[in-house]
Every structure is written in C-alpha cells, then in structure tokens.
Design a protein around this ligand. Structure first.
Ligand SMILES: NC(=O)c1ccc[n+]([C@@H]2O[C@H](COP(=O)([O-])OP(=O)(O)OC[C@H]3O[C@@H](n4cnc5c(N)ncnc54)[C@H](OP(=O)(O)O)[C@@H]3O)[C@@H](O)[C@H]2O)c1
Length: 286
C-alpha cells in the first residue's frame, strides 16, 4: 500500500436517504477460491475492507452466497455497521461444494437469510437488500413481494434487484420502490443497455457487476492502452473512469482481495477522460 492516502473522488448518488460516492467496492473476492470458504489470509481480507473505507469508499457490495457467509462475516468483523457506509447485500442464490450458483427465490428462504445476514454484518437493518437472481422455480413476483415485506417490516432500508430484464424490472417496480439494479455491464459487455436506460430515466442506481470484466479487458485492450498511456494510468482505471462517465446513475463496484489493487481502482476516480476519449470507448462496442 502507498504511504499517501488515495481518495475516492467520484461524485455522489442518493440510494434512498443515503448519499454514497459512485465508485464502490465489490467484496465477492475476499473469500476463498471459487468464492467458496474462507480466504487463506483473513487479516488481509479485513484490511482490504477497512482500507476501502479509509479511501472514502462508502458503498460496499456483498451477498450471503459469497463464501457462502464468509464475505458478510469479514465485513462485519472489519467495520461493523458504521452509519456512513452503505453495505449492500443480496439473497437468492444457494452454493454447493462444486461452486455452483443455484437460484433460490423461495420467500421462506429469503426471510431466513435476512436474519443470518443481519447477524454476520452486525447490523440492525440491511442498508440495501438485493434479490440476487430471478428463480425459474419461484414466481418472480412472490420473491419480490418478500423483499417488499421485509422493507415494510423494517428489516431492510432499501430494495434492489439483480440480473433482471427490462420486463422484470418493470414488474418489480409495480411491487416495491426499486433503489438499485445490479446487472453485468462493462466496456466489453453492454447486454444490459436497455435496463441501464430505464435506470437513467427513472433515477435508479445501476450497479454494473464485473466492471473490469473480471480483469479480462483484452477485447478493447489496444484502445484502452492508448488512452491509459495518455494519462499515465492503467487500462483498468480507464475502463472504470469510462463507466463513471457513461451515466450519472452508474455505481461501479470493482472487486479485489488486494489492498494495492483497491488503491489503484479508487485512483481511477481521479482520472479525467476527454469527451473524445469517452466517445471512442463508447463507440468501441456499442
Ligand atoms: N449480482 C451478481 O450476480 C454479481 C456477480 C458477480 C459479481 N458481483 C459483484 O460485483 C463485484 C465486481 O465483480 P467481479 O469481482 O466479479 O469482477 P471485476 O471487479 O470486474 O474484476 C475482479 C477481478 O479483477 C482483479 N482486479 C481487480 N482490481 C485489480 C487491479 N487494480 N489490478 C489487478 N487486478 C485487479 C481481481 O483480482 P484481485 O483480487 O487479485 O485484485 C479479480 O480477479 C463483485 O465483487 C461482487 O460484489 C455481482
């Protein structure tokens, strides 16, 4: 880690009544291999979480299924439940020894999971509770209704959805105020552009997961490198800076298990891309 403190200079967005900087941190990577079990070094994992907060990150994304349970536990141990950090978690996926992700949107299960997440996060309420992925075996509206009830009952402050189509987002919005949508989106994968447009129109936070494409930015690597060289930056930083420019509702959550990588990702908020650079990147894959 550097001696200088790197500061999160992204501008802000309102999630419900809470103001967060638009560049957040994804805590899926602080677990063991294949996102199963504990990491080899739990101290470093907790250090990454604390360091994110020290750098001015106040939006942290996790899920009950990361580990499972491990990511939430380490966040709770590292920072507890500070008022000035919004911790967003999710429910709706089961795990197994093979590392599979199995959709499970059963209402009783979601109600069980909110209690376990509260315990691990050492929180009185969940700041943002996201339905992780629609489940073909449970009617979507039944799962969403459970999230709406949990909000009404005071277990969660805000509700989000994840991995949804435009139609599913419309359906969810008929049942509950949707504060955020978390779908895969990055320079190489714009499959969720229609959902992003709805979020922009309706001022819903859009959390692009895999914002640096799981560290696989080769597809437009030459263009990224060319722009990165101009700014003495890295291609990952350019990819993150482009996302922040792409929409005011965009809330990227780069995931890392490494304090140095965390700093580098936060430093992307200090990059100022020209209009021409943004346009070239936008046109590269649209
Ligand atoms: N809703 C969903 O279904 C869903 C699905 C997947 C992820 N997510 C969320 O989205 C977050 C981000 O997605 P992601 O973690 O899959 O992908 P990502 O942020 O695009 O990329 C993470 C990968 O990049 C590496 N990395 C990150 N910063 C780096 C840097 N500065 N230098 C070198 N390598 C770097 C990480 O390794 P190191 O650990 O070595 O840095 C990791 O392998 C997750 O943490 C999770 O919170 C949500």
């Amino acid at each position: 880690m550097s001696d200088e403190t790197i500061t999160n200079e992204s501008d802000t967005f309102e999630i419900g009544d809470t103001t967060v900087h638009r560049l957040g941190f994804g805590a899926m990577r602080i677990t063991g291999e294949d996102i199963i079990g504990a990491p080899d070094d739990e101290d470093t994992a907790r250090e990454v979480v604390r360091h994110a907060v020290d750098c001015g990150v106040d939006l942290i994304d996790t899920a009950d299924s990361y580990g499972p349970a491990v990511s939430e536990r380490l966040i709770g141990e590292a920072i507890g439940d500070p008022d000035d950090v919004l911790v967003a978690t999710k429910a709706g996926l089961l795990r197994n020894d093979d590392g599979d992700w199995i959709a499970h949107g059963d209402p009783d299960y979601i109600r069980n999971q909110v209690l376990t997440s509260l315990d691990r996060l050492q929180a009185d309420t969940i700041d943002l509770y996201q339905f992780h992925r629609p489940d073909d075996d449970t009617p979507f509206e039944d799962s969403v209704a459970t999230f709406a009830e949990l909000k009404d009952e005071g277990f969660v402050d805000e509700v989000g959805v994840s991995n949804v189509s435009a139609e599913q987002l419309d359906q969810a919005r008929e049942q509950v105020e949707v504060a955020t949508v978390q779908n895969r989106y990055n320079l190489n994968d714009r499959g969720s552009r229609e959902v992003l447009e709805i979020c922009e129109d309706e001022d819903i936070g859009f959390i692009p997961w895999a914002p640096i494409d799981g560290d696989d930015l080769d597809e437009h690597g030459d263009l990224l490198d060319e722009i990165a060289d101009e700014h003495d930056a890295t291609r990952r930083q350019v990819a993150l800076a482009w996302l922040l420019e792409r929409a005011d509702v965009m809330l990227p959550i780069p995931g890392t298990s490494d304090p140095d990588h965390l700093e580098s990702n936060v430093a992307a908020t200090q990059l100022s891309l020209s209009d021409d650079e943004v346009q070239r990147l936008t046109e590269a894959a649209d």
